[in-house]
Design a protein around this ligand. Structure first.
Ligand code: UDP
Length: 369
């Protein structure tokens, strides 16, 4: 048998990037995906109204990594979109992450000013403070503020999203949305950000478009493929690869309920968070991302739920000590295999953003080339 071909399992960003780097280096690659589309959870499509829908929820590209940016720019141009998130706190639309503008939106001016002054005495301007650290305050006013932010921004949202309170999820999760001692209303401060002009599916298609790459959709990975290829790059769930023999790695899933409205816009912003009310965590309004023109609009209400095999999709690994321990055991098993590499959110069981998944694929390639 000709073992000159590499197998990549999964046609999301991780799989596509590693496949492309190998192909650029003259290697042959077969990419398989069990779904009927490429791009994994970044998959998007234009609906009948001409609106680009992010099937698996809003994806906003952002990075400060030059390597990642240089790589992606080969395959797409980006618009100048800078993501902002509005949250409704006790009926008041304001900015998330909680910052100085939020302070003035939700409190009377004199109180906001006092809190602002105390914050500036204690912290450097522009500092980002994770909520669990922000709660460690001695001053009574700042204690009040920390408790307010904890309750109004994090407690209910995190309980909806993760099924447990912010104290029981890994601190790195809530630290993604810190208290931001700034007037910068953007969700990300990365040097590069934007939405690919023709959508994410097209970017992945462009990455995979190479004479040395063949893509087969609706194709499951089977164990006997291991002996048929030069190397295997597996971006699926690592526990599934090992047939769950050491236990199951849990995930959160998300259910998006789409609604179409006969009006130009539904809400004031692409994403509106509901950290105090309702069972859904946030509402996405997709036409904002590429400024799509239509007299209709499509929104998605996002409901979080546990991942159950066969019922829904894996979205978020759940970082905690118990799951890390189980993942580490699978990793040990993986070390016994030669020429099999795990990567991606599911392969590494890590809450990667798109840029981090791309960087991981680039770094893995550099390691093995
Ligand atoms: N979070 C929150 N309230 C908010 C926004 C975020 O409590 O209004 C917490 C929540 O635990 C969430 C985490 O911060 O899971 C990370 O949020 P991010 O927006 O980065 O999540 P993603 O977009 O990846 O779902």
């Amino acid at each position: 048998m000709d073992k000159s071909v590499n197998l990549v399992v999964g046609a999301g960003f991780s799989g596509a990037v590693i496949a492309r780097l190998l192909a650029d280096n003259g290697e042959k690659v077969l990419v398989i995906d069990k779904k009927n589309h490429i791009a994994g959870n970044s998959y998007d499509y234009r609906d009948e109204n001409g609106i680009m829908i992010h099937k698996y929820g809003s994806h906003i590209f952002h990075t400060s990594n030059e390597k990642v940016w240089t790589f992606l720019k080969r395959f797409t141009d980006f618009n100048q979109y800078m993501h902002k998130v509005v949250a409704i706190i006790d009926g008041i639309p304001t900015t998330i992450p909680f910052n100085f503008n939020t302070l003035y939106d939700v409190f009377p001016k004199t109180l906001a000013k006092r809190l602002e002054e105390k914050l500036l005495e204690k912290f450097e301007y522009n500092k980002k403070v994770p909520i669990l650290e922000f709660q460690k305050q001695d001053d009574e006013d700042l204690k009040f503020l920390a408790q307010y932010v904890y309750e109004k921004v994090f407690l209910h949202y995190t309980t909806k999203q993760w099924g447990v309170s912010p104290k029981d999820v890994d601190g790195a999760v809530t630290a993604r949305v810190p208290v931001y001692l700034s007037k910068d209303d953007r969700y990300f401060q990365d040097k590069y950000q934007g939405i690919p002009l023709q959508g994410y599916t097209r970017v992945v298609e462009n990455i995979l478009s190479h004479n040395n790459i063949e893509v087969k959709l609706n194709t499951e990975f089977k164990k006997d493929m291991l002996n048929q290829y030069k190397r295997v790059f597996y971006t699926g769930p690592i526990d599934e690869f090992f047939e769950y023999k050491l236990g199951t790695l849990p995930y959160r899933s998300v259910n998006f309920k789409l609604e179409t409205y006969d009006r130009e816009y539904y809400q004031q912003n692409s994403v509106v968070n509901y950290p105090c009310n309702y069972d859904f965590t946030r509402i996405h309004e997709y036409k904002y991302y590429l400024n799509d023109k239509s007299d209709k609009t499509v929104i998605a209400k996002e409901y979080s739920e546990f991942f159950e095999l066969g019922k829904n999709e894996r979205y978020y690994p759940i970082p905690n000590p118990q799951n890390s321990e189980l993942y580490a055991k699978y990793l040990k098993e993986a070390e016994n295999l030669s020429n099999v590499y795990f990567l991606g959110r599911l392969g590494d069981y890590k809450y990667y953003d798109m840029d981090k998944a791309i960087l991981r694929a680039i770094e893995l390639y550099e390691e093995i080339k």
